[in-house]
Design a protein around this ligand. Structure first.
Ligand code: HEM
Length: 320
């Protein structure tokens, strides 16, 4: 009897030891200053410097990088997991929702610099999240600190991207259902759409609004006419229409515009009229500091769904 009891105690002690060893792995989380703890210093400075140079030569790059961060975090087995840059048949980048995603070369160039500095250490997922964050700051938006330590996925699916990337015609309910799994408040969800202060979109994403008698047509007659004129001569869908009147500056112009019936997409238009979101749109249109504060926390939340610790890996290149 004593023998069984001793064996039981030995087994329990062994299990406890295994649990103690595994605990840091199981509970690994994103951390501020993560790469310093791995002995790799200056990662965020290097990212900011190389990104800054890209933005100087291409003013549209910051919008592209911010959208890339959202699309990477929205789709993939690990959330923000670099899956948007995984190659192969039926990859995420083949999805219709990723139409117009560009400047992935910036991520590859930052990755190459970081590989020289600290080989196989900094994930593509972290680079995408940092570059999106720096795009906001370089465009005049808030400085955002984000925890790091995301791991990369090696799998990417166009069908998953098609299912998860919301179309330009999304309702407010759809938008809220996109942001709810991240754990975002209503104010943060509305602030996230404030990313549409940068960049622009293609005519094919506003066709629904240009039809005669469309219920979602822009309420500003002048704006409707401008959009029609820009899209009527659009050959090969190359025309890009500005998301707001100051498309290179991260500011609260987007919220002023959508209040005045000058939202580019149906989704932008609905945000300013839905009774749940309209009061928050008014707040951000008049109080840029409130928008910046909400966008800061929204971006941290948006980029926090990730694989960490022993989940995933660090890829040697990001690809595409
Ligand atoms: C959840 C609802 C959202 C919908 C339905 C939506 C939809 C769209 C569409 C249709 C485009 C234009 C694509 C094109 O025609 O080229 C676009 C552009 C853009 N989106 Fe969103 N978006 C959403 C949320 C977000 C979020 C959360 C962010 C970032 C935090 C974001 C950042 C951007 C940026 C910066 C652009 C401009 C890209 C460029 O000019 O290269 N969007 N979005």
């Amino acid at each position: 009897m004593m023998g069984i009891w001793t064996a039981f105690k030995t087994l329990a002690a062994a299990l406890l030891l295994v649990a103690m060893i595994l605990k840091p792995v199981v509970e690994a989380q994103l951390q501020y200053g993560y790469y310093e703890t791995l002995g790799c210093r200056g990662v965020e400075n290097l990212v900011r410097t190389s990104v800054g140079l890209s933005f100087l030569t291409d003013p549209t790059a910051s919008a592209a990088m911010l959208r890339l961060a959202f699309h990477d975090c929205q789709v993939g087995p690990g959330g923000c997991d670099g899956s948007i840059m995984v190659e192969g048949n039926g990859r995420e980048m083949d999805a219709g929702g990723n139409f117009g995603v560009k400047r992935l070369d910036i991520i590859n160039s930052v990755k190459a610099d970081l590989e020289r500095m600290c080989p196989m250490t900094v994930s593509c997922a972290d680079i995408i999240a940092m570059v999106g964050r720096d795009a906001v700051a370089f465009s005049g938006g808030p400085e955002i600190q984000i925890p790091l330590g995301r791991k990369d996925a090696d799998f990417s699916s166009a069908s998953e991207a098609d299912a998860k990337l919301p179309p330009s015609t999304s309702s407010v309910d759809t938008i809220l259902s996109v942001f709810a799994p991240f754990g975002m408040s209503l104010a943060e969800s509305v602030a996230s759409l404030g990313a549409h202060t940068l960049g622009g979109g293609h005519c094919k994403n506003i066709q629904d609004r240009l039809r005669f008698n469309s219920p979602t047509a822009p309420t500003s007659l002048l704006y409707r006419t401008q959009l029609r004129a820009a899209c009527v001569v659009n050959v090969f869908d190359i025309a890009i229409l500005n998301n707001d009147a100051s498309q290179f500056t991260f500011d609260n112009q987007y919220f002023k515009d959508i209040q005045n019936g000058r939202g580019l997409f149906t989704v932008d238009n609905l945000l300013s009229t839905d009774p749940r979101t309209a009061p928050i749109v008014s707040l951000y249109a008049t109080n840029e500091a409130a928008l910046f504060a909400a966008f800061q926390s929204a971006y941290v939340t948006l980029t926090s769904r990730a694989m960490t610790g022993t989940q995933g890996s660090v890829r040697s290149t990001c690809h595409l």
